[in-house]
Design a protein around this ligand. Structure first.
Ligand SMILES: NC(=O)c1ccc[n+]([C@@H]2O[C@H](COP(=O)([O-])OP(=O)(O)OC[C@H]3O[C@@H](n4cnc5c(N)ncnc54)[C@H](O)[C@@H]3O)[C@@H](O)[C@H]2O)c1
Length: 388
């Protein structure tokens, strides 16, 4: 069987650009017939980074200006994985050039940048433009999503979701662009980690009406790697308490956590939902384990721990008894993107799409309100008229 190919250009060959190249290189991992991504060309402004990428991925053409990829007729789609201050410029140029692309969060350094990206996108509904967010592709998360959609949860009591890191606890960790507001944005850790915390709740229809945010800056300066120090002016941690639902009969709190300094955590993504009929929780700390509690009056309220193993959205060669990990989630996300580009949203082999520009827009409304909430020590209503 020959599979259809989607030809790609990669803009930004750093951490995430390389993850895509790895996922694309082992497409034989998937047994599902999903259009295969073939990386034809790559661009990075850092020559050593670009050279290393092309050496590791033989046959990939090296390009020093991303605009050369936009004008290449042999390229169908792009992966754009660059620092946040470049999102608006490069995403808009890609839309104008008529290229499909998977972009990265936060999808614009701030709300103004996100708004102009979306305005350009509204002129090209034919393009498949999505935002990277891999954690929902863990099998445990997919199970919880199905459970919630089935209505088995009952009335939602509370939702908690977050992404936690700990390496910034080290004050001597050298600075990089993600710790500098001019490149990362004023959202700080919310721009960096926030869409990961918001994607699943938003997809389940949990739209925040208002937010009370507490943001913290812990480390004020960091080594610059050249013997000096530089100001570290981004928020390290964010705790957002949101009110979801409409009216007193359906309101519930949603707590979103995005932390660069959460002692002991290494990329811990978690989702927990409590309901009147059932509750469920998942954490990447125990990536094959799903915990559920089904309430029956008069019976013990006991959590069930189920090792669900490798039950991926897109079938693969890995047996169901084995473990699923970060690189698998990345590949499943890419399978969802390629499936959608090749077959359209309604023709996908499974229904869960990558994060949408609309979800990224809602995250900007939330983070913008969170900045105001922290500044004014106040509850701030979220301007979400398009999302109700
Ligand atoms: N989905 C995830 O789990 C995840 C994880 C980390 C980062 N990210 C996101 O991915 C994006 C990139 O982050 P990263 O960690 O890969 O950063 P990185 O610093 O490792 O890589 C970014 C690359 O972009 C290159 N670059 C800068 N300007 C460029 C330009 N004009 N043209 C071409 N290349 C250019 C840099 O030289 C660098 O190699 C960000 O939006 C970030 O928030 C997502």
């Amino acid at each position: 069987m020959t599979r259809r190919e989607i030809t790609f250009g990669v803009i930004g060959c750093g951490l995430m650009g390389r993850e895509f190249a790895s996922a694309a290189a082992r497409w034989n991992h998937l047994t599902a017939d999903i259009a295969r991504p073939r990386i034809l060309a790559a661009c990075d402004t850092s020559e050593p980074v670009l050279c290393a990428f092309c050496e590791a991925n033989s046959g990939v053409r090296a390009v020093s200006d991303y605009r050369d990829l936009l004008t290449s007729p042999d390229i169908d789609a792009l992966y754009i994985a660059v620092p946040h201050h470049l999102h608006a410029e490069i995403y808009i140029a890609a839309i104008k050039a008529g290229k499909h692309f998977l972009g990265e969060k936060p999808f614009g350094i701030d709300r103004a940048a996100n708004t102009i990206i979306n305005a350009e996108l509204s002129k090209r509904p034919d393009l498949v433009v999505r935002c990277s967010s891999e954690f929902p592709f863990f099998p445990g998360v997919q199970r919880i999503i199905s459970l919630v959609k089935s209505g088995a949860i009952g009335r939602v009591l509370e939702v908690r979701c977050g992404l936690l890191h700990s390496s910034d606890l080290d004050p001597l960790k050298p600075i990089n662009w993600k710790r500098m507001a001019k490149f990362n944005g004023n959202y700080g850790c919310m721009g960096d980690l926030g869409l990961h915390a918001a994607h699943v709740p938003f997809r389940l229809g949990f739209v925040p009406r208002d937010v009370r945010a507490v943001l913290t800056k812990v480390v004020q300066e960091r080594p610059d790697g050249k013997g000096g120090t530089l100001p570290c002016d981004t928020w390290d941690n964010a705790l957002l308490t949101c009110r979801c639902g409409e009216g007193p009969d359906s309101e519930f709190p949603m707590i979103l956590e995005m932390k660069r300094i959460a002692p002991g955590h290494t990329n811990t993504w978690f989702f927990e939902i409590d309901g009147t009929r059932a509750s469920a929780r998942f954490s990447t700390r125990n990536p094959r384990t799903l915990e559920t509690l089904f309430y029956e009056r008069g019976k013990p309220q006991a959590w069930l721990r189920e090792d669900i193993g490798y039950q991926s959205s897109y079938p693969s060669i890995t047996g169901g008894i084995f473990e699923f990990g970060f690189t698998d989630a990345i590949q499943q996300m890419w399978a969802a993107y390629c499936d959608e580009v090749a077959s359209g949203t309604s023709g996908m082999k499974q229904p869960f799409t990558c994060a949408t520009p609309r979800e990224a827009d809602l995250s900007h409304r939330l983070f913008d309100a969170a900045l105001a909430s922290h500044r004014d020590r106040a509850v701030v209503t979220i301007d979400a008229e398009h999302h109700s």
